[in-house]
Design a protein around this ligand. Structure first.
Ligand SMILES: Nc1ncnc2c1ncn2[C@@H]1O[C@H](COP(=O)(O)OP(=O)(O)OP(=O)(O)O)[C@@H](O)[C@H]1O
Length: 255
């Protein structure tokens, strides 16, 4: 049976690197208009799980995923799924900003061009402008769109990467510690941006920073040793966790 009440649903998902199991039987839903934060100690499998949501683990030879992950009720691991298309629908932003060594304009225009989303030069320019505006970068770069993306500051580069993800009209945006390489001011801008993007996309974010999870998310998933220990409303997880292990983690007893 297909479940289309959620944007994405993971059911019984496990991930193995060779013989080693990194994610164990995780079931979770990702919804529109919500930010879902994945928290937990280092090595607990949160990035590995995040990457299953757009089949990024396909790029790791030893990785094997079992279980079901549905996007609008369609299994993303089925042979009918076009992975290039999937990664446009479920975009990703990484810890370290990774703009292409091309102009600011080209960084954003590349995706819409290869996906045929703009019929003319002026349409492409409009997509680039809209994406940069949504990523909160337009005012800072509008007069130097031909400069290299790699010449921007770290925080600007990360917003450029977000603009690049937005440009292909995704439904879901995955963020893997998007602010951990940035200074506090650039981090605050990214957090503000996540707030603004929430109405338009389903967002899942991995973060080491519990204050950040509490600030930006509406739902929180706590992972420990590859298992999903607890998943619920962010307020509930941070104020009245049901599980002892969650309580220990959020009160800083281990981490
Ligand atoms: N490419 C890989 N090959 C083999 N093992 C891996 C690979 N990537 C991750 N692992 C292992 O899988 C487990 C989960 O790692 P993962 O990076 O998903 O955890 P994490 O919770 O995101 O950690 P961190 O917060 O430190 O990034 C760890 O034991 C890690 O060593």
């Amino acid at each position: 049976m297909t479940d289309v009440t959620h944007k994405m649903s993971a059911r019984g998902v496990s991930v193995f690197y060779g013989d080693k199991q990194a994610v164990k039987d995780v079931s979770i839903d990702i919804d529109m208009d919500k930010v879902t934060a994945f928290i937990g100690p280092s090595g607990c499998g949160k990035s590995t799980f995040l990457r299953t949501l757009n089949r990024m683990n396909d790029t790791i030879a030893s990785a094997r995923v079992t279980g079901d992950i549905m996007l609008d009720g369609e299994n993303i691991y089925s042979s009918a799924m076009d992975v290039v298309q999937l990664r446009a629908r479920v975009g990703m932003v990484f810890q370290k900003p990774n703009p292409f060594p091309k102009s600011i304009f080209e960084n954003v225009a590349y995706g819409p061009r290869i996906h045929g989303l703009a019929a003319s030069k002026s349409e492409l320019e409009a997509v680039v402008e809209r994406s940069l505006k949504r990523a909160g970068l337009w005012e800072e770069v509008k007069d130097r769109l031909q400069d290299s993306g790699t010449a921007l500051s770290g925080g600007q580069q990360q917003r450029l990467c977000i603009a690049r993800a937005i440009a292909v009209d995704p439904e879901v945006i995955l963020m893997d510690e998007p602010a951990s390489a940035l200074d506090p001011i650039a981090t605050a801008k990214i957090e503000e941006l996540i707030h603004e993007l929430r109405g338009r996309y389903a967002i899942a974010i991995v973060t080491h920073n519990m204050q950040q999870a509490a600030r930006v998310s509406q739902r929180t998933a706590f992972f420990h040793l590859g298992t999903l220990v607890e998943y619920g409303e962010t307020d509930q997880i941070f104020t009245t966790p049901r599980e002892e292990r969650t309580k220990d983690y959020i009160t800083g007893r281990y981490g």
